[in-house]
Design a protein around this ligand. Structure first.
Ligand code: AVI
Length: 325
């Protein structure tokens, strides 16, 4: 039931940004909607399900790397720091790091306030002595950290290869923003997915059970619900494509027949075979990943990968490399 207060609710900023992105994205010559709009409640739950899929190796490999190498991270980065996690979500991988690094504080940053507080509460039960200071914010912009961590050394934590969902130029901007947020002398532990065979990549983004397809198609359901749309969701199919030239997996929603639909009063038509581009997931070779970090103001000091070199955990420091100009 919608209460009067809800009905009279002024348009929230997030709603209007969603509307603007969807309307502009559907009207563009190459239709595209930013991947950040996947994550309504159903989308967040589907993403959690993706991370447990046998085909989706990144979560499994990164968690194993964290478990195996946290001690080395602690030895290199030093104990007693404030750990600042960017886009903390469910904080699923965090306990491994916190146990090893013995931090003075933990600052999870996430745009979803409810999710953030629930995860912080769950973590507090396991680390009762650790000050946990959640910050509800979009980590793409500079963030003022809580005053309590001002004098502490900082270790940024950015797992999951979320950096891959940005185009390289935006990824460099984000790394620079993080360096600004964390300050001089900070370290960053980042997970970056490797370029590999499309035989491994495609199933990871198009699994046999169709969970990733449901995650992609949920965007259309969200548009229909939140933006008064009548998109025929069953007229679309999920596509995962390896774009070798750009070194990225692309997710698309492909119209399987000619369709027309309305979103927020605007009419759109699509021919059979036309797609809406919904996500890029860039992959980086060893040299690419280090170059990306250096371009973003971070000097890599250690790197761990699995035996198949499927995924890398890199520790970097916020300092300019000691080179001539
Ligand atoms: C969140 N992000 C790092 C995931 C990825 O692998 O690019 C999102 C995802 N999309 C489909 N599967 C997982």
């Amino acid at each position: 039931m919608t209460t009067l207060a809800e009905a009279a609710r002024p348009l929230a900023a997030a709603d209007s940004a969603f509307r603007a992105d969807v309307l502009a994205g559907l009207a563009a010559p190459r239709r595209a909607i930013p991947a950040r709009w996947f994550y309504d409640r159903a989308g967040s739950e589907l993403f959690e399900a993706i991370t447990a899929l046998p085909e989706y190796y990144p979560t499994r490999v990164e968690t194993a790397l964290l478990r195996a190498h946290c001690g080395e991270v602690a030895a290199l980065a030093g104990r007693g720091r404030a750990v600042i996690e960017f886009g903390s979500g469910s904080s699923a991988k965090t306990p491994h790091l916190l146990s090893a690094i013995d931090p003075a504080a933990y600052v999870p940053i996430d745009i979803s306030g409810d999710f953030l507080r629930a995860s912080a509460d769950a973590l507090a039960a396991d680390f009762p002595a650790l000050p946990i200071l959640p910050v509800e914010a979009n980590f793409m912009a500079p963030i003022a950290l809580p005053a309590d961590v001002a004098r502490l050394g900082k270790l940024g934590f950015f797992p999951g290869s979320t950096i891959g969902n940005m185009a390289p130029a935006a990824a460099v901007d984000l790394l620079r923003t993080m360096a600004g947020t964390l300050g001089e002398g900070a370290s960053l532990l980042i997970g970056i997915d490797r370029i590999k065979s499309s035989d491994v990549l495609i199933p990871a983004y198009d699994d046999a059970d169709g969970v990733t397809a449901r995650f992609n198609l949920n965007l259309l359901t969200r548009i229909n619900r939140e933006l008064d749309g009548d998109i025929p969701v069953d007229a679309f199919r999920h596509r995962a494509i390896w774009n070798a030239a750009a070194a990225r997996i692309e997710m698309h929603l492909e119209a399987t027949r000619p369709i027309s639909f309305t979103v927020d009063g605007t009419r759109f038509t699509m021919a059979a075979g036309e797609t809406i581009h919904t996500e890029n997931s860039h992959k980086y070779g060893p040299h690419d990943a280090r170059l990306l970090l250096r371009a973003g103001g971070w000097t890599p000091i250690a790197e761990w990968t699995d035996a198949a070199d499927n995924f890398a955990l890199i520790l970097a420091e916020a300092r300019a490399p000691a080179t001539a100009p």
